[in-house]
Ligand binder design. Structure first.
Ligand code: ATP
Ligand code: MG
Length: 647
């Protein structure tokens, strides 16, 4: 923990929407009378039919139900596009920066309108209607934004699947929400390398019983692909046949907007369902206040649209606010480690939002690639995805932001729809490594294992005591699982799954997962998912996966693997298993270290004791804790002897 405190810079005290006093007053109002507060904030978006009911939510055991603005009628795409046309039709909505630095494109709000309408018409011609699910498996190209907004325009529900996922992962996500339409590209392009997206889609659909009705293929690289007649169509060909007018379908505030699958620590991914009105109000409000967004600002969030950050803070929040949002196809270190900073200079970016894993990787490349750029346009920096270690925070602040840009360390989750704990740049004194204070309407509590609410400075599990408009509404198709996962551990409260500490100033410090989830380069994975992939290999009998500290990725994947009898361990087999997991889940899930273990430490009831495996992977042999409940304590010494990558 860092004890340093950074005051709000004088320039920020001048320009920001809120100072410390303003924050406190508004926060008090928001939790004192949520109905009145959100009733007013709901007006930040336009409604075909205004709402009369603001909040109708219950966290009651067995009867969790979350509704905001429930009788209002609106449309997300109409709010993100049409209402801006009169005043800012010619303003740039999206700046697209290609993987190749010579490629970029600017799309005005009027152009965005036309593109989205065309895409919507292409979907409509393929029978996509309100409520239908559409799977989007696209790289970071403008068509990803057009496709998402086109679904929203029709009231269809998009499910964006990160283009780094394997055919198997894609197949299970198509199946779970029963999509009949998939949107993809011929190939993706990242860091100069091509990704065979259409081929992955073909392989995925082959595993979906009954297949899908339509595959819409955007031409990105021009690489050769197989097109199945009657099912597959080139987007550009289909778009040529339709007009650029398509009315926005009025939908209810509680109609679904999108499904987004989390990695799922229990193996099967959860389809997190977000709805329309509350989600957009919350995304818009957080984007405005957290990034102190003012008219004319150039804003860049480096996330992929396949993650929730891309949904809320590349697309929906910024566009609802009429902002100029930058969308980047590439990676931080291509062609050089200066790429981020060069893009900032090229497009005069004012607000920059990225992840600790990228910051750490760039920090390792030294100051020189940063310092050779100007970054004079930068005013605010943001971080999201995992706790940012104070060392990386300080570097980001000092080197990238030249000590003049505040850092907003934003804590939130796919499930929360938007940022819940965060500094506001004009209001909050910063402590490196702390997400600081709750956003408006958010009631965090720290509880102990029994659910007792802790006071003052304390440490425990983080729960949220009442609903906020951006909250997920259910797990798609499985409300029971929704209640079980989030509301049963501490009945009557939303359990975040994260541990946290609150200091004497009331600042929140997120300490990480309470359960076993690993975070590799900002990509979160349930250990169970990697384990089940390993165990699916014919030579593997058992596997246990834990994270271990990794200089660049934050966490690396350490896999303990027990082989089938008669199978000999070898380096060959190690490589084979890594390739296997890559194929089963995707490159992000590749184990960094595999240790062949004849036995795993288990309790007498047969549960693997991960806390011990984690300690061994972390090189903390002296500190294994109580091992007396192990069925066979002898295995621990064997594991220590065989530890991979010993220092
Ligand atoms: P699953 O629940 O299936 O594991 P996920 O949790 O991996 O899905 P996200 O919803 O993107 O995917 O991640 C949210 C989590 O990321 C938080 O619960 C927290 O652990 C971590 N996190 C995000 N932002 C921050 C932050 N600023 N500081 C600390 N932790 C953060
Ligand atoms: Mg989670």
């Amino acid at each position: 923990m860092s004890e340093k405190i950074y005051d709000v810079p004088a320039a920020w005290a001048q320009r920001a929407f809120l100072d410390d006093h303003g924050y406190r007053a508004k926060y008090e109002a928001s939790v004192h009378d949520p109905e009145a507060f959100w009733g007013e904030e709901g007006k930040r978006i336009d409604w075909f039919e205004p709402y009369t009911v603001v909040k109708n939510t219950s966290f009651a055991p067995g009867a969790v139900s979350i509704k905001w603005f429930e009788d209002g009628v609106t449309n997300v795409a109409w709010n993100c596009i049409d209402r801006h046309l009169e005043t800012r039709g010619d303003q740039v909505a999206i700046i697209w920066e290609g993987d190749d630095p010579s490629q970029s494109r600017k799309i005005t709000y009027q152009e965005l309108h036309d593109e989205v309408c065309r895409f919507a018409n292409v979907l409509r011609n393929r029978n996509v209607e309100k409520g239908d699910r559409v799977t989007i498996y696209l790289p970071m190209i403008p068509e990803a934004a057009f496709a998402m907004l086109a679904c929203a325009r029709l009231g269809a529900v998009h499910s964006v699947v990160f283009a780094g996922f394997s055919p198997d992962s894609l197949a299970s996500r198509i199946r779970d929400c029963d999509s009949k339409v998939v949107i993809t590209a011929d190939e993706g392009l990242r860091g100069g390398r091509k990704v065979p997206l259409k081929a992955n889609v073909d392989a995925a659909i082959a595993k979906v019983e009954g297949g899908v009705d339509h595959v819409i293929v955007v031409k990105r690289t021009g690489g050769a692909v197989d097109m199945t007649p009657g099912r597959d169509v080139w987007y550009h060909a289909a778009a040529d046949l339709v007009t650029s007018e398509c009315p926005a379908v009025p939908v209810n505030a509680e109609d679904p907007l999108f499904i987004l699958y989390t990695s799922g620590s229990t193996g099967t991914p959860k389809g997190v369902l977000h709805t329309t009105g509350g989600y957009l109000v919350y995304a818009s409000m957080t984007h405005q206040y957290v990034f102190d967004y003012h008219e004319g600002d150039i804003y860049w969030c480096t996330a992929d649209v396949g993650w929730v950050t891309g949904h809320s803070y590349i697309l929906y929040g910024p566009l609802a606010n009429g902002a100029t949002t930058l969308m980047f196809e590439g990676v931080p270190n291509y062609p050089t480690n200066s790429r981020f900073w060069e893009v900032i200079d090229k497009h005069q970016v004012n607000i920059f939002y990225t992840a600790p894993t990228a910051i750490r990787a760039l920090m390792q490349a030294g100051d020189e690639p940063v310092k050779k750029t100007s970054r004079a346009s930068l005013r605010l920096l943001g971080s999201v995805g995992e706790p940012i270690n104070p060392e990386a925070w300080e570097w980001y602040h000092r080197v990238v932001g030249e000590d003049r840009c505040p850092i907003v360390d934003t804590w939130w989750q796919t499930e929360t729809g938007g940022i819940l704990i965060t500094p506001l740049p004009g209001a909050t004194r910063l402590k490196p490594g702390s997400a600081t204070q709750p956003f408006f309407g958010v009631v965090p509590q720290v509880v102990d294992a029994e659910g007792k609410v802790q006071d003052g400075a304390c440490e425990g599990n983080l729960v949220i005591a009442d609903s906020w408009p951006g909250q997920m509404r259910t797990v798609y198709g499985d409300h029971e699982r929704f209640m079980q996962t989030y509301f049963s551990t501490y009945p009557g409260k939303y359990f975040t799954g994260d541990g946290c500490r609150r200091d004497a100033d009331g600042y929140y410090w997120i300490t990480g997962r309470v359960d076993d989830v690993i975070n590799v380069s900002g990509h979160r994975m349930g250990t169970a998912e990697v384990e089940s992939a390993l165990v699916a290999h014919p030579k593997v009998s058992e596997a246990a996966v834990v994270g271990y500290p990794h200089d660049i990725k934050g966490q690396g994947i350490y896999a303990y693997v027990t082989l089938m009898a008669e199978v000999e361990p070898s380096d060959e087999l190690r490589k084979e298993l890594v390739a296997w997991v890559r194929r089963e889940i995707g490159p992000i899930a590749s184990p960094d270290l595999i240790q062949f273990a004849p036995g795993l430490p288990k309790t007498r009831s047969g549960k693997i004791m991960r806390r011990i495996l984690r300690k061994i992977a972390e090189d903390e042999f002296g500190n294994l804790g109580d091992t007396s409940t192990l069925a066979d304590p002898g295995v621990v010494n064997d594991l220590i002897d065989q530890r991979q990558n010993k220092k």
